[in-house]
Design a protein around this ligand. Structure first.
Ligand SMILES: Nc1ncnc2c1ncn2[C@@H]1O[C@H](COP(=O)(O)OP(=O)(O)O)[C@@H](O)[C@H]1O
Ligand SMILES: [Mg+2]
Length: 394
């Protein structure tokens, strides 16, 4: 009993969240378990307001504690849409169990809804969580190889074995699917576009700093308007399983001090955006843009920024000699993936451009790339829109 009390006090201090501590204790009682702080504590917070901690689960046996010990990560998901992550994660797990056992984190117990609307999910910690890190936490030198691995897992191991489909949507519906609610009033991408006076007007003039390419471009948020003749224009695309929020910090790899990272041991985490039949370009584009974002944050000059747009939109090999090598190598991986799909005709290119347009707009919401970075993402979206119009013969 004394042990139990000590564990309880330590747990309160460790979690620093009364609601979570109480819910965990009640949950543990129902499962005849005791929740305890691990010897090596581990905690993280996510960009969505989620809190994650590692915990040990203990079960009494013959009046002695510790006969059963299981390490888990408890993720407390923010309320609202994020609180549904455990269910989306379960759907992802069941989509392709062979893949899931290797590359997703298992949920050993059902999730719990907290009284304040947050949810609490349990994740298996199969290997020492202290010996893991995300691809974003590793040196940029590992970025290209990490992306190659992630793309090949998603396309070749997750999607190909079960066969992906071709689907058709109107351009505006495709963009809505990709933007989700990013361009709804009140959301930060929408507010930025509005404050930059870019909400209306079919044509957009890029910032003169863009140099040579300061030509009249289509306004990417108006691309589906009647002005461009795309009303009722349909796009056929490859659809399948998609992580939905694939970026460098949602890919976990194992790492030891002696041997460095092992990219073969990779897990996809944070599956709240999982979808069964999303455009396959979604994950490719979002992961690529998270690498681009990292480079922009580290600083790219005007000419490099222009090269980067040219590459992302036109994807010509060898067309970006001025870019930092890790970024160039990463973009070459994107091109490799695209080349696999391009064997199927122009379908991939059209969906790639539309996904690029949409997710570049989503990135205008990120304050930490500064005003020039946000403008750059808008410009990227406009260039993708221009290319899409050309590809569609409009
Ligand atoms: N299963 C895990 N193994 C190792 N690290 C993890 C795991 N789950 C989360 N993390 C770490 O915690 C961070 C935030 O978790 P995440 O689930 O991505 O939260 P959010 O939904 O807020 O983005 C991740 O970027 C990663 O650093
Ligand atoms: Mg995350």
């Amino acid at each position: 009993m004394a042990d139990e009390q000590a564990i309880g006090v330590a747990l309160d201090a460790y979690l620093a969240d009364r609601t979570v501590a109480d819910a965990l204790r009640a949950w543990a009682r129902d499962h005849e378990l005791i929740v305890s702080v691990p010897d090596t504590p581990w905690r993280r917070s996510g960009g969505t307001g989620a809190q994650l901690v590692s915990l040990d689960l203990l079960r009494y046996s013959n009046d002695r504690m510790g006969a059963y010990r299981q390490s888990v990560i408890v993720k407390v998901c923010a309320k609202g849409d994020y609180s549904a992550e455990p269910q989306r994660h379960k759907a992802a797990w069941e989509a392709n169990p062979e893949f899931s056992k290797k590359y997703l984190v298992g949920q050993p117990y059902d999730s719990v809804v907290l009284p304040d609307g947050r949810s609490m999910m349990f994740q298996e910690a199969n290997f020492d969580v202290g010996l893991t890190c995300t691809l974003g936490e590793l040196s940029v030198a590992y970025q290209a190889a990490g992306c190659r691995r992630a793309f090949s897992l998603i396309l070749q191991e997750w999607n190909v074995p079960l066969g992906f489909q071709q689907k058709t949507l109107n351009v505006d519906e495709y963009l809505k699917l990709e933007l989700r609610h990013a361009m709804s009033p009140g959301r930060s991408a929408y507010e930025w576009v509005k404050n930059a006076h870019l909400l209306h007007g079919d044509r957009y003039f890029p910032h003169p700093a863009a140099g040579e390419s300061s030509r009249d471009l289509p306004n990417p948020i108006r691309i589906a308007s009647e002005f461009f003749g795309l009303k009722d224009f349909q796009v056929t695309y490859f659809a399948g399983y998609s992580h939905g929020d694939l970026h460098l910090d949602n890919l976990v790899v194992s790492r030891t001090v002696a041997e460095g990272p092992d990219l073969d041991v990779m897990q996809f985490i944070d599956l709240s955006g999982f979808a069964e039949d999303a455009p396959l370009a979604r994950d490719v584009v979002t992961l690529a843009l998270s690498c681009v974002f990292r480079s922009l944050r580290d600083g790219l000059e005007g000419a490099q920024r222009e090269e980067l747009v040219n590459f992302l939109v036109d994807g010509v090999e060898g067309s970006c000699p001025g870019l930092p090598i890790p970024l160039r190598d990463t973009l070459a991986e994107v091109m490799y993936v695209s080349s696999l799909f391009l064997q199927g005709g122009e379908l991939w290119h059209a969906q790639y451009l539309l996904s690029l347009l949409a997710h570049a707009l989503v990135y205008t919401s990120y304050e930490n790339v500064g005003e020039s970075g946000r403008r750059w993402f808008f410009y990227l979206a406009a260039r993708a829109a221009e290319s899409f119009l050309a590809l569609s013969g409009i």
